[in-house]
Design a protein around this ligand. Structure first.
Ligand code: NAD
Length: 463
């Protein structure tokens, strides 16, 4: 072999080219610099994935469950560190819930019709590549939960996560890909972009590669999604009321409401965000809440808290995002109180922003009402027609039924903390994408599938 200048130049060129390859390759599995690259990769992965069996999908999902449990603490710490919102211990529970109670392929239920004319089979089939937009409030939980349901349905996923939570979301994308690869699945079945923007989101929504869109977030993103012209699942905002009547176990109601409303500092969209209580049991309820981790503020303290965490413009209030998901102790410190409760409670009139605004802070406005008619009327109005979640503590069957009928929410929890509605201490599976506006309800694998009909005439029916 002649080692001349040409030979050396060739070696140098090869090394430079492979270094560039390494630079281009995502440092985290499935996380790309641009949406164009992410779309290209996921499209290739989906084509490969079409050849995999349902049993192989299930194997990948099982490995995602295991890795999520192993890394629940890492994910929780990362989420709190990056977003400055929520509580590590509660986020660990959220990840465990995702790992243990998100349905897999068992959620896919084919149906058949048979008769004199033969056999017709209806099978849930993949949409293809799904584009998913995820929130800052449950960044890794939503990525993992969506991935499991979408993969169970035979799909691939491209995420455009919330820019303020993209490190955590992309850590979850990497985790899901690691699990898929370890279980023998294809590379880049789940992808994302390193720095998501409105432009990358628009590119994803417009791409012909993406056959279905899913958005979990506030009203802005749901509206954008529904204007896309594609099949879309929109999981939007809520402002869940909780009613307590005078037949309830008041001691338990107080404990349950504090547990639900303070969980992850009130970030969950299903969490109790305002309380309507019968006058004759209000003092007892407040006492029970105080016993169970709530701190009661009054008068000028309430006004100070409003100024701190809400922004007023022409009589309308919006949230000061700096305070979303912060610990109750920080709010109290800022208004001159030294205490470390799980939740701040205060009695306010019905029109108060602590009742009417979806704050996602550990602050609960309490309104006294005279009877169930007033409670239902005010609670339905405070829910603002989101039809998301509502809760009640009562032993009166008429009250339980009438509120459920009037409020028409996707989730309705009776006599338990709100999180029972997503399978934590309540029956049923979990999801972090609750689709009220588009009606799928608690999404799972079946929500991410198309129904396909296959007809065999005259044969294959056996009676
Ligand atoms: P957000 O609406 O600010 O952001 C959600 C996602 O949408 C982010 O990825 C964001 O970048 C993107 N986005 C926002 N406006 C957009 C637009 N016009 N076009 C394209 N993308 C857009 O919400 P957040 O603060 O991250 O999360 C909290 C909100 O989400 C609350 O309102 C809460 O109730 C809701 N939420 C709902 C569910 C549910 O399952 N229904 C679950 C979690 C959170």
């Amino acid at each position: 072999m002649i080692v001349d200048e040409k030979y050396i130049n060739e070696i140098v060129a090869n090394v430079v080219s492979s270094m560039k390859e390494v630079e281009r390759a995502p440092k985290q599995k499935g996380v790309f610099d641009t949406m164009t690259e992410a779309l290209e990769a996921v499209s290739k992965a989906y084509k490969q994935f079409r050849g995999y069996s349902v049993a192989q999908r299930e194997k990948m999902i099982s490995r995602i469950r295991e890795l999520t449990l192993e890394e629940a603490e890492n994910l929780a710490v990362l989420g709190v560190e990056e977003t400055g919102m929520g509580r590590v211990a509660d986020k660990i529970i959220k990840h465990q819930l995702v790992a243990n109670k998100t349905p897999g392929t068992e959620d896919l239920k084919p149906s058949v019709m048979t008769g004199d004319d033969g056999l017709t089979l209806i099978e849930p089939a993949p949409f293809g590549v799904i584009g998913s937009i995820t929130p800052s409030t449950n960044p890794s939980e939503t990525v993992i939960c969506n991935s499991m349901g979408m993969i169970a349905g035979g799909n691939a996923v491209v995420f455009n996560p919330h820019p303020n939570a993209c490190k955590t979301a992309n850590y979850a994308v990497d985790l899901v890909n690691r699990a898929i690869l370890e279980a023998g699945g294809p590379e880049n079945l789940v992808v994302s972009v390193k720095k998501p923007t409105r432009e990358s989101s628009n590119e994803m929504m417009a791409s012909p590669i993406v056959r279905m869109l899913v958005a979990t977030g506030g009203p802005g993103v749901v509206k954008a999604l529904l204007s896309s012209g594609k099949k879309a699942i929109g999981a939007g905002a809520g402002n869940p009321p909780v009613i307590v009547d005078d037949t309830a176990d008041i001691e338990k109601a107080g404990a349950d409401i504090v547990a639900g409303a303070s969980f992850d500092n009130n970030l969950p969209c299903i969490a109790e965000k305002e309380c309507f209580v019968f006058r004759n049991v209000a003092d007892e309820l407040i006492a029970s809440m105080q016993k169970n981790g709530a701190y009661l503020i009054k008068g000028a303290e309430i006004d100070k808290l409003v100024k701190l965490c809400l922004i007023e413009k022409n009589g309308k209030y919006s949230i000061n995002k700096d305070w979303v998901g912060k610990d109750a102790s920080l709010f109290l410190k800022a208004i001159g109180i030294d205490a470390d409760p799980r939740l701040i409670i205060c009695e306010v009139p019905n029109e108060h922003p602590f009742v009417q605004v979806e704050m996602m802070m550990p602050v609960l406005g309490i309104v006294r009402v005279k009877d169930i008619d007033e409670a239902i009327e005010l609670a339905v109005a405070a829910e603002h027609g989101n039809r998301h979640s509502a809760h009640i503590h009562s032993k009166n069957i008429d009250n339980l039924t009438n509120f459920a009928k009037a409020v028409e929410t996707t989730i309705f929890v009776k006599n338990a903390p709100s999180y029972a509605g997503i399978g934590a201490g309540g029956e049923g599976y979990t999801t972090f994408t609750i689709a009220g506006p588009t009606g799928e309800g608690l999404t799972a694998a079946h929500s991410f599938c198309r129904q396909r009909r296959c007809v065999m005439v005259d044969n294959l029916h056996i009676v």
